[in-house]
Each structure stands twice: as C-alpha cells, then as structure tokens.
Design a binder for this molecule. Structure first.
Ligand code: ATP
Ligand code: MG
Length: 374
C-alpha cells in the first residue's frame, strides 16, 4: 500500500477532488472512493457529469440525486474487494437547488411560490457558479446526514478550478436583496453583476415580457426575502466546511503546461485560504521504460534500429521514438516544476493508460496506481 495517500486521507470525512478541466477529476474521485471503501469505510462519491460509461460502471442508471449503493461484486470481479460500502451518485444541480429552497422555506406557500416561479426556474440554472455551489450544498447535506464515514466530491468541469472556492460568495450575492435592483437595471449591467453567461438575461427577458415579468419578479423576490437569512447562514456553513480540518483537497492535474500552471495557482489559493492540501495527483503522465531508469538515448535507439530494420522503416520507428521521448521529457519537466512550486515532493503519478478507463477495470487500474505499492 502506498502509505502516503491513505495517510493524507486518514481521519478525513470530506475529500474534494479539484483541478483544471478534463484532467481526470471524475475518474480519480471514483477510484479514490473505491479505495477508501475497500479499506472498510462507508464512502459516498458525488460525481458531476460522469461519462456515460463511468456512470454505467458505478451502476448509476437512475438519477435520483441521492447516493445509491454500488454492488461490491462489480469491483470484486475486477480484483478489488470492497470491505466497507461504496455509495455513488451523480449531482443533479437543479434538484439540489430545489431541495435547498425546500429546506430553507419557512412554509409550503413560500416554497411553492419560489419553485413555481419562472424567474427562479430560469435563473437557478443560469447563474454562474450554480453547479459549484450545489455541489458543495450536496456535500454539506450528506455530511450532516451522518450516514457516511467519508464523502468524496468530484468538482464541475469549470474553466477555472477557483470558481469552486468562490461559489458560496457568488451565490450569496445572487440571493442578496441587491439582486432585485440589479435585475431591474439595464440588462447588460444586471447580466454582468450576476455573472450570467452573455445572452442569458436577454433570452429570459424575451421569454417573459412586460407586466408579467415585473409581477414574477416581485413575487419571486418577496418570497425569496423570507429565506435570504437562512441562505446566508447556509452559505456560511458551507464555507466553514471547506476550511474544516476534517476536509481535505486532492488536487489533480495533467502534465500539460496550462493545467499544471492552473494547479499551482490553485494550491497557492488553498494555502492562503487555509484549506487543507492533502495530495497532488498528476494524471496521464507519459514516460518511457521502467520508472526510475533513464530512457535510452536517441542515438542508442537509432543504432539499434538501423541494425535490425531497413532504412525507411528504421527511420520511421526512430521518428516515433523521438516523439515519445520528447513527450516524456516534457512531462518529466512539468512534474519537476509541479514538485517545486507546490512543495509536494511526492506527487502521485498515474501514467497515460491505453484502452478504456471509464469502466470498472479502468477504475481499479487507476485505484491500484494510487493506493498500491510503488
Ligand atoms: N490515466 C489516464 N489515461 C488515459 N485516459 C484517461 C486517464 N485518466 C482519465 N482518462 C480519460 O480522460 C477523460 C477525462 O477524464 P475525466 O472525465 O475523469 O476528467 P475530468 O477532469 O472529470 O473532466 P471534466 O473537467 O470535463 O469534468 C475520460 O475519457 C477518461 O477516461
Ligand atoms: Mg468531470
């Protein structure tokens, strides 16, 4: 067993898998959850927009917005014995938002007024950061339920990993009374102030026009007024959960330069926000030959190839080797930079794997790289 990942995650009840887009956050979150469940804990993993095949692998056919128990036999067949329990779900952002409104509404009438309101229906999906916020809101809900020893949270495919940390603030300002004034101000200003994607507010204004719009708006904000206080409190509690010592962040990146820079920036932010940086995972690393041994030089490979193959074939093969070598050197340099800049001297490396990663065998393979002996 690689002591370091188990060590970093030991006694944590919340593990947040964050990092740049497309680097393998969802896959790794599922593999980490499987590893902790194999170790005997009751684990829930909240995935966000998993690939179809990955959702199938976890048996997530129905989108219930609640964790479902994953059949341990799926993993046993691939060689991983789940000694505890693995629960998995896919975040339904909209439903999580609705659940939050239900919880915070002082009475059924207010709840129905908000949930049935067209402004709410349009806005709850359109405000930037909604997915990030509902992910943390779901995390908070599951943590409070006390049903799990540990919750592993995947994070949304945002352009910037930092959006995640800002989400509680942004959503609070949306629910703030000031939003009304902003909404009634010229559309462009309102859109910018609320962080809409361009066009969202214009589309909304086109769909709901004139008097209807104003009526909907006033009902919405009146109803909302009664739960702004509760919402603020919840956002505060959620923010507290992020800095709680029971919570740790696992930062995942690829060795691509842009991703690595974003990961470095994110680790800095975690540190300055006093959030726990538990582990650094560098996924999809290209390398040549056995770990720890230098790759054969281009010259030595050239002479070996020319001894064995015809000129054109030898040249072609040498070309491929040269490309692979360049990629491996680039990745090795980025890994070094990540080590230096994050201060994490033992990042966990996962190689670029061939074949399907989005199935149970793939997950177990990733798991083995993360948890098994080096
Ligand atoms: N080590 C690996 N080798 C090869 N393919 C991989 C590896 N890790 C992940 N992948 C593949 O990369 C793709 C992206 O992975 P994943 O969906 O986990 O990334 P993500 O960070 O969650 O992306 P997003 O930011 O879009 O949510 C998937 O198709 C996955 O199968
Ligand atoms: Mg993802």
């Amino acid at each position: 067993m690689n002591a370091s990942l188990f060590d970093s995650l030991q006694d944590r009840s919340v593990v947040i898998c964050a990092g740049p887009g497309g680097v393998g956050k969802t896959t790794t979150a599922a593999a980490i959850a499987a590893g902790l469940a194999a170790g005997g804990q009751r684990v829930a993993v909240v995935t966000i927009d998993p690939a179809r095949r990955l959702a199938d692998a976890l048996g997530l056919e129905q989108l219930t917005n609640q964790p479902e128990l994953v059949d341990g036999n799926r993993f046993a067949g691939a060689g991983l014995k789940i000694n505890g329990e693995l629960w998995a779900m896919t975040l339904d952002s909209r439903r999580t938002f609705d659940e939050l409104i239900e919880t915070l509404s002082p009475d059924a009438q207010t709840r129905d007024q908000i949930l049935g309101n067209r402004i709410y229906q349009q806005l709850s999906g359109a405000v930037a950061g909604t997915q990030e916020f509902t992910a943390i809101a779901k995390l908070y809900q599951l943590d409070r339920s006390g049903r799990f020893d540990v919750i592993v949270l995947d994070t949304p495919p945002s352009r910037n990993a930092l959006d995640f940390l800002d989400a509680p603030d942004r959503l609070t300002s949306f629910f703030d009374g000031r939003a009304l004034t902003l909404l009634l101000a010229p559309a462009g200003l309102a859109a910018r102030a609320l962080g809409f994607g361009s066009g969202a507010i214009l589309g909304l204004l086109k769909r709901i026009t004139g008097g209807e719009l104003l009526e909907d708006l006033s009902v919405f904000f009146q109803a909302l007024g009664s739960l702004i206080g509760g919402f603020r409190q919840r956002a505060e509690a959620v923010r507290t959960l992020l800095v709680d010592p029971r919570t740790t962040f696992v930062v995942i990146t690829s060795p691509q330069r842009d991703s690595a820079e974003e990961a470095i920036f994110f680790v800095d932010k975690l540190r300055s926000a006093k959030m726990d940086f538990g582990a650094l995972i560098i996924n999809r690393v290209h390398s040549i030959g056995a770990a720890g041994r230098p790759a054969p030089t281009l010259a030595s490979v050239a002479s070996e190839l020319s001894a064995q193959f015809e000129g054109p074939l030898a040249e072609k093969l040498l070309g491929s080797y040269s490309e692979a070598l360049a990629l491996a050197e680039r990745d090795a340099a980025t890994v070094e930079r990540l080590r230096d800049e994050t201060g994490e001297i033992e990042p966990l490396l996962i190689p670029e794997l061939t074949g399907d990663i989005d199935d149970v065998d793939g997950l177990v393979e990733i798991h083995d790289r993360l948890f098994a002996a080096a």
